[in-house]
Design a protein around this ligand. Structure first.
Ligand code: C2E
Ligand code: MG
Ligand code: MG
Length: 635
């Protein structure tokens, strides 16, 4: 026999007549069916003799179904009993309700109240009269399929078997609900269930003009526990967290918060992973939610003994208040989540209230950070190659490797959105390493195929460049890929040099000793003067696109661009103009003897296969005038 069917069935018996209650008592407390039969005849006579009898003792050792009945003599006490059972988390499976209990309210009244309190309970209407129409009662106390009918006088077997059958139906339904709406690890409501609960709490708050709060919790160091101590310890930790959340919410701090603001067990949920939600359906003022958040953080911060480890876990908490921070469940949850992210970044283990400044762009920023982790392992990066043209000869002088990121959920993310995040988080170090290695390997492959690639340009972040081992890393990658160092040019920005001029000078010397060339990218945006850059032995300046864009209209920018070109020539530094988009810009640059140009007019960044095709075309059009060659390549 399964363990489940051995747990006693909780039954509520409601009848104003003591004799009838005794009859039930006989049936429900007598587990042995054979004995049931023996007492049956006796019972009938006693029923009509109207004398109280003591119930026979229960037989706990019996293998048959056992019952845990509660007896009430009126409708009101029955409603109170259901309430209490729910509060104790010991709900009744079945209630037998007498139809007429004068002078108090009748069975239909009780059924309606009970159904309101407990949508799952099986209700049995019992009556000696034939004027009761179950169909009519079903309309008053829906759903009809959870309503049964029993005619008095009943046979004990009827009551017993009906209880067992209805309880088994009730249990099966509970199991289904548990599977669909509860998290099996912690026993807490899951995301789906908590959403339903939040929706109805918002409806109630709207109706009664209440303030409601949603707390979004995320454990700060859960991943590390899982990774280092294993999933079994991780699971145990989540169970302990759930238990602590339960008890910290049950505790009522009547001095600062009124009792209606204390969450009920159903107002706590596990949203997935190490994320939990607490719903406070009725608070007096938003600050009360902060008090509860603090209490929760305090409760979780206590050290936990798991297996042989003593662990300290802190949660970061975000709070969104209804109606101020959102009118519906999705908005409130999203804003609470966003506030949680702010807590986590600002100082883990604290709480934050949502505020409007935590806007969509901030959310996008956090989402990028989240997805950027692991992007390298998931092979989400590729390199595109943009051709660099020698505009004096019309030949391709190089390719610039430009990083591309495609994520399953975010789609193609432009470098302008993720490079800065990668830099802030330090993720740029492994990513930059991958870029350099891939670009060198590609250049070497093209070279080996005999394609005319003179130079591969690779962007280097300030974070990479600042590492004392950066020059030796570059050397190692060159060795590993077998690329001739003279074919590699590294692009850094002026600010990177100016941040630490002493190191920049040393690093550039070391890189040049390897045979690698250096270019200053986005020149003109970093407030450094050419004179200051002189002592750094850079090979090239790349004039920022902002100057090139306004070459047609703005005479100041024309003057600046021509001055940069002229001065570089005198310092024997090559110049590349970035962002050349039209013929007149190209003509201006040619007139001023700018060496190189890069831009959409000449070619956008291409996937490796297309860049390779372009290099093959170059091979084929080596002959002809400069203009003919440029035309052939652009066309
Ligand atoms: P950048 O190094 O100055 O690269 C040139 C950027 O200008 C590229 O944008 C390129 O597609 C774009 N561009 C080229 N020609 C034109 C044009 O005619 N008009 C316009 N409007 N834009 C043009 P992209 O690929 O979006 O890269 C943006 C920036 O991201 C790069 O600027 C560079 O600073 C950074 N970046 C790209 N790849 C890497 C990388 O592998 N490592 C590092 N650290 N940064 C990278
Ligand atoms: Mg660049
Ligand atoms: Mg640039």
């Amino acid at each position: 026999m399964s363990e489940r069917s051995q747990t006693p069935i909780r039954v509520l018996v409601v009848d104003d007549e003591g004799e009838v209650r005794d009859a039930y008592r006989q049936i429900l407390l007598e587990a042995d069916v054979n004995r049931d039969l023996a007492v049956f005849h006796d019972l009938r006579t006693r029923l009509f003799r109207k004398t109280e009898i003591a119930p026979p003792p229960a037989q706990p050792g019996s293998r048959a179904a056992t019952f845990d009945p509660v007896f009430c003599d009126g409708a009101e006490t029955a409603v109170a009993a259901v309430k209490e059972a729910l509060a104790m988390e010991l709900p009744f499976a079945v209630v037998f309700l007498d139809m007429r209990m004068p002078p108090g309210p009748d069975g239909v009244w009780a059924a309606a109240r009970i159904r309101e309190l407990d949508p799952a309970i099986e209700i049995v209407i019992c009556t000696a009269y034939s004027d009761v129409d179950p169909c009519e009662i079903g309309g008053i106390v829906p759903p009809e399929e959870k309503l049964s009918y029993l005619q008095k006088p009943f046979h004990p077997h009827e009551v017993r078997q009906m209880t067992i059958a209805l309880a088994s139906k009730w249990r099966a339904e509970r199991t289904v609900v548990k599977l669909a709406y509860f998290d099996s690890l912690t026993g807490l409501p899951n995301r789906e269930q908590s959403r339903n609960r939040l929706v109805s709490a918002i409806e109630a708050a709207t109706l009664h003009e209440r303030t409601l709060a949603v707390l979004y919790l995320d454990l700060d160091n859960f991943k590390r526990v899982n990774d280092t101590l294993g999933h079994a310890v991780g699971d145990e930790l989540l169970r302990v967290v759930a238990a602590r959340l339960r008890s910290s919410l049950r505790y009522s701090d009547s001095r600062s918060i009124d009792s209606s603001s204390i969450a009920r067990p159903g107002d706590l949920a596990r949203l997935g992973g190490d994320e939990f939600m607490v719903l406070l359906p009725n608070i007096r003022k938003p600050a009360d939610a902060g008090v509860i958040a603090e209490r929760i953080i305090g409760a979780l911060r206590e050290p936990m003994q798991l297996a042989l480890n003593s662990l300290v876990v802190t949660p970061s908490v975000g709070i969104a208040i209804f109606p101020n921070d959102g009118a519906d469940a999705e908005t409130l949850l999203r804003n609470a989540d966003l506030a949680m992210y702010f807590s986590k970044r600002k100082s883990p283990g604290t709480y934050s209230f949502f505020d409007a400044a935590m806007n969509a762009s901030a959310l996008q920023r956090f989402t990028i950070e989240d997805k950027l982790r692991g992007a390298l392992q998931r092979n989400e990066f590729t390199l595109n190659y943009q051709p660099l043209f020698d505009i004096r000869t019309g030949h391709i002088s190089g390719m610039e490797a430009l990083l591309r990121w495609t994520n399953d959920q975010l789609g193609v993310v432009p470098p302008s959105e993720f490079i800065s995040v990668a830099e802030e988080t330090g993720l740029i170090l492994p990513i930059g390493d991958w870029v350099l290695r891939s670009a060198c390997a590609q250049a070497k492959a093209w070279h080996d195929e005999g394609l005319p690639l003179i130079r591969m340009s690779v962007n280097v972040s300030g974070r990479q460049f600042a590492l004392s081992q950066f020059p030796s890393q570059v050397g190692a990658i060159l060795q590993e890929t077998g690329l001739d160092p003279s074919k590699l040019e590294l692009e850094i920005t002026e600010t990177v040099i100016m941040n630490d001029e002493a190191w920049a000078e040393k690093a550039i010397d070391q890189l040049k000793a390897l045979g690698v060339a250096l270019a200053i990218d986005d020149f003109g945006t970093g407030y450094s003067s050419l004179a200051r850059l002189r002592r750094f032995a850079v090979n090239r300046l790349k004039i920022d696109r902002s100057f090139v864009t306004s070459l047609n209209e703005c005479s100041d920018d024309r003057a600046i661009a021509s001055a940069i070109i002229a001065m570089s020539r005198s310092l024997r530094i090559d110049v590349t103009a970035e962002g050349v988009e039209n013929i007149s810009q190209l003509m201006f640059l040619q007139e001023h003897q700018c060496h190189e140009a890069q831009g959409y007019l000449l070619g956008a960044a291409l996937p490796a296969a297309d860049a390779e095709q372009l290099l093959r075309r170059v091979d084929a059009v080596l002959e002809g005038t400069r203009t003919q060659r440029l035309k052939a390549l652009i066309g």
